[in-house]
Design a protein around this ligand. Structure first.
Ligand SMILES: NC(=O)C1=CN([C@@H]2O[C@H](COP(=O)(O)OP(=O)(O)OC[C@H]3O[C@@H](n4cnc5c(N)ncnc54)[C@H](OP(=O)(O)O)[C@@H]3O)[C@@H](O)[C@H]2O)C=CC1
Ligand SMILES: Nc1c(N[C@@H]2O[C@H](COP(=O)(O)O)[C@@H](O)[C@H]2O)[nH]c(=O)[nH]c1=O
Ligand SMILES: [Zn+2]
Length: 364
């Protein structure tokens, strides 16, 4: 019974937390509610990176601060105990003498992990941990992966025909544009997904053949950083991803300090050309660089080689695969993948499957 009540308020915390999706990384999404005598008297969530934490917003929302001494604070993540961009939330809880705190999950971030709970308990606060823990972990899967696996959370996405292709066989005079397999509703959904991740990764053949924009046009929200794998810098300069409207990273085997960079790219704002050694573990080097840049999650939109490389190495966490009602008969084969199905849906005649990788590779 008590757990049911706890779950009810924690569900509200998770609902609030999710409002921060796309705006708080590299911080976690966190929601908080304050309950007094069975009534919510304040709620809040972490709205934007650098802005106040959920607990602060929830406390600020309470009109009569005296009630805090008799209230329970529900929060979807362990309160922080370190001074980051904002003061520690444990201090706030103690200052306001909140007697009970209910937490969904321990913070995986090394600087906090367990110490927030310890400090509250040491100061006489009654702390309950683990309410809707699985749900909270799923919500913050990007944040958790980033800190525990030391790499971005990786979402693979592609669209394939019923006969297993992602593109037709191109000829020299094929138009430079995508061959659409999915419908407009799916495209809108994909743009929403783009707004939820920090980076969007593609291989150079995709940019050469499709000239994608890799931005958020059919949804609202931030554009992800464009990330291109281009070992030989073979991608023509006129491609849309070089329009300078979004931060862009190009991983190349060429020396980025050489004249190649200056001549080809000096006119493009927000462009980072990063040299890596393709003779070694290219993916590890790329993921390391993205971690350095605080890119907590990426969506990989193809093509087949780029996706298959990551699948083979186990560097993926989720896959979202569209099966459109088309046949190409020949062309670029879709990647092959084995994962745990977690759901599927039908969108105007296109089937969408969701997979997760329960044996994803760590990158320590
Ligand atoms: N239906 C769909 O959802 C999608 C379809 N597409 C289609 O897919 C086609 C392109 O797919 P595909 O031909 O497989 O090519 P990719 O777009 O995956 O690009 C492959 C190239 O990227 C470079 N690359 C990628 N990963 C690595 C790595 N780990 N190490 C070294 N180089 C790497 C290589 O370049 P290099 O050879 O220079 O070393 C490689 O040849 C396009 O025609 C496009 O239309 C693309 C995206 C989605
Ligand atoms: N063909 C195909 C996809 N192709 C992917 O979308 C990219 C185009 O992005 P943009 O220019 O921003 O709209 C393209 O390069 C490739 O990565 N995606 C899908 O959801 N369904 C499809 O049928
Ligand atoms: Zn905090």
């Amino acid at each position: 019974m008590v757990n049911n009540i706890h779950e009810q308020y924690m569900r509200r915390c998770l609902e609030l937390a999710e409002c921060g999706l796309g705006n708080v990384a590299p911080n976690p999404m966190v929601g908080a509610v304050i309950v007094h005598n069975g009534k919510i008297i304040g709620e809040g969530y972490h709205r934007k990176f650098g802005e106040p934490h959920a607990e602060v917003n929830a406390v600020n929302a309470v009109e009569d601060k005296d009630l805090l001494r008799e209230s329970t604070l529900y929060v979807s993540l362990e309160p922080c105990n370190h001074a980051g961009k904002t003061p520690p939330c444990t201090n706030l809880i103690l200052e306001h003498k909140i007697p009970r705190v209910v937490i969904a999950m321990v913070d995986p971030f090394e600087k906090v992990s367990g110490s927030g709970i310890q400090k509250l308990r040491a100061n006489g606060v009654d702390v309950t941990v683990g309410i809707l823990e699985d749900e909270a972990k799923w919500l913050n899967r990007r944040f958790i992966t980033f800190y525990t696996k030391k790499r971005p959370y990786i979402i693979l996405k592609w669209a394939q025909t019923l006969d297993g292709f992602i593109d037709i066989e191109r000829t020299a005079d094929s138009p430079i544009e995508p061959n659409w397999i999915t419908n407009n509703a799916c495209r809108t959904l994909v743009h929403r997904w783009r707004s939820e991740e920090n980076g969007i990764l593609v291989g150079n053949k995709t940019v050469i053949n499709d000239n994608p924009q890799l931005n958020v046009r059919y949804w609202h929200g931030s554009n992800p950083t464009r990330i291109l794998i281009d070992r030989t810098l073979a991608t023509p300069n006129d491609r849309a991803i070089f329009d300078g409207t979004q931060p862009t990273v190009v991983f190349t085997g060429k020396n980025s300090g050489s004249s190649t960079r200056k001549e080809l790219f000096s006119h493009i704002p927000f462009l980072d050309v990063v040299s890596i050694d393709f003779a070694k573990d290219a993916e590890v080097q790329m993921l390391d660089y993205l971690v350095q840049k605080n890119i907590q999650s990426i969506i990989v939109e193809g093509g087949s080689k780029t996706l298959q490389n990551l699948i083979t190495l186990g560097y993926w966490d989720e896959a979202r695969i569209f099966y459109g009602p088309k046949l190409f008969f020949k062309g670029v084969k879709a990647p092959s993948i084995v994962g745990e199905p977690i759901g599927s849906e039908e969108i105007d005649g296109t089937r969408l499957f969701y997979l997760v990788n329960s044996s994803a590779t760590d990158k320590q």
